[in-house]
Ligand binder design. Structure first.
Ligand code: NAD
Ligand code: UDP
Length: 340
């Protein structure tokens, strides 16, 4: 199939491009490089030995989207493009609503115009808010999001559902990711945060590399076995493979569906630290800090619907996730600014 990957130069996008190319798909990427480096796409080509086509553009720019749809017969869009920094979204809500929602509306309009009605959307466990129950199934009601970023995901899901209800010839998959970490085995692509990382794994790898003094663990008084928060960490390559499986599903043309993409295993912050130390032999200094606003005690999924209906299951364990994240960090301490 010929796939338009929006935000394809980013963290999850590049790993998915690798899997798509290796599965024999043709890949067209649109990315405005707001949070990415074109070198990442060159590395995707080096890893796979295959070419992709890149458009440096914004999904809110109808002209560039129309050019893409004129120049290619797209079969499906995998839509990663968006702003994703939770804390920043609280400070800059307008930018987040505008970029994520207006961008998606523009994309859907142009897709509809060119009769390309197959859409795979990057949603998030954030739409469950403080989940009504764990493990979270897709039947769990959506909740109150704790930040504008989460609301953009929740609102875009609603918009896509309404578009589907109005026109059931669309095929739409809403993929709710849990906590993607790790990197491609080659160490040639990985997560490349700007400035001080907000997320746990890049913070840990930077402590391990000596770039930061110690990890601050946000809260050790949660109602969990060791008092630290529990999340469902998933290897980014497993997540990437989930998109290839989602494409197989979309070819069956059975409308709209929602899938949780996680491992189903909850890991506490301290579990992650210990597993990182075991996988790499590097000790992580940490202190306990106050809780971070908006964090919830436990968030992990029941991924059995994806296994049943997509034939997909996460394969990698937390040790492998830590080892691969460390390999990327060591080979690219300054992200894609480093020479290969
Ligand atoms: P990322 O920031 O690495 O990738 C997003 C890409 O989109 C970037 O390359 C950025 O330059 C691009 N982009 C942003 N706005 C754009 C626009 N208007 N036009 C064109 N390109 C634009 O993020 P990621 O971690 O790869 O996440 C990909 C998607 O998955 C996002 O939608 C994110 O919200 C979602 N998601 C991520 C996580 C996570 O923990 N990483 C969890 C759940 C959901
Ligand atoms: N966390 C932490 N210290 C950090 C970053 C994160 O203790 O420097 C914790 C955070 O409180 C949460 C977990 O690690 O319990 C995962 O956080 P992350 O931001 O990676 O993902 P989230 O689940 O919040 O999207």
């Amino acid at each position: 199939m010929k796939i338009l990957v929006t935000g394809g130069a980013g963290y999850i996008g590049t790993h998915t491009c690798v899997e798509l190319l290796e599965a024999g798909h043709e890949v067209i990427v649109i990315d405005n490089l707001y949070n990415a480096n074109e070198q990442a796409l060159h590395n995707v080509e080096l890893i796979t030995g295959k070419k992709l086509q890149f458009y440096n553009g914004d999904i809110a720019d109808e002209t560039v989207l129309q050019r893409i749809f004129e120049e290619h017969t797209i079969d499906c869009c995998i839509h990663f493009a968006g702003l994703k920094a939770v804390g920043e979204s609280v400070v800059k809500p307008l930018e987040y609503y505008d970029n994520n929602i207006s961008g998606t509306l523009c994309l859907m309009r142009v897709m509809g115009k060119y009769q390309v009605k197959n859409m795979i959307f990057s949603s998030s466990a954030a739409v469950y808010g403080n989940p009504a129950f764990v493990p979270i199934t897709e039947e769990c009601p959506k909740g109150i999001c704790t930040n504008p970023y989460g609301w953009t995901k929740s609102m875009i899901e609603q918009i896509l559902m309404d578009i589907y209800r109005a026109d059931p010839s669309w095929n739409i998959l809403l993929l709710r990711y849990f906590n993607p970490i790790g990197a491609h085995k080659s160490g040639m692509i990985g997560e490349n945060p700007n400035g001080i990382p907000n997320n746990l794994m890049p913070y840990i790898t930077q402590v391990a590399a000596g770039m930061r003094d110690h990890l601050g663990i946000f809260g050790n008084d949660y109602d969990t076995p060791d008092g630290t928060c529990i999340r469902d960490y998933i290897h980014v390559m497993d997540l990437a493979r989930g998109h290839v499986k989602a494409l197989e599903k979309i070819q069956k043309k059975d409308g709209l569906a929602i899938y949780n993409l996680g491992t189903g295993t909850g890991c506490s912050v301290l579990d992650v630290v210990r597993n990182f130390e075991q996988a790499t032999g590097v000790k992580i200094a940490y202190t306990f800090e106050p809780r971070r606003a908006g964090d919830i005690a436990a968030c992990y999924c029941d991924p059995s619907k994806a296994e049943r209906e997509l034939g997909w299951k996460a394969e990698c364990d937390i040790l492998e996730m830590c080892a691969d994240a460390w390999k990327w960090q060591q080979s690219h301490p300054n992200g894609f600014a480093d020479v290969q």
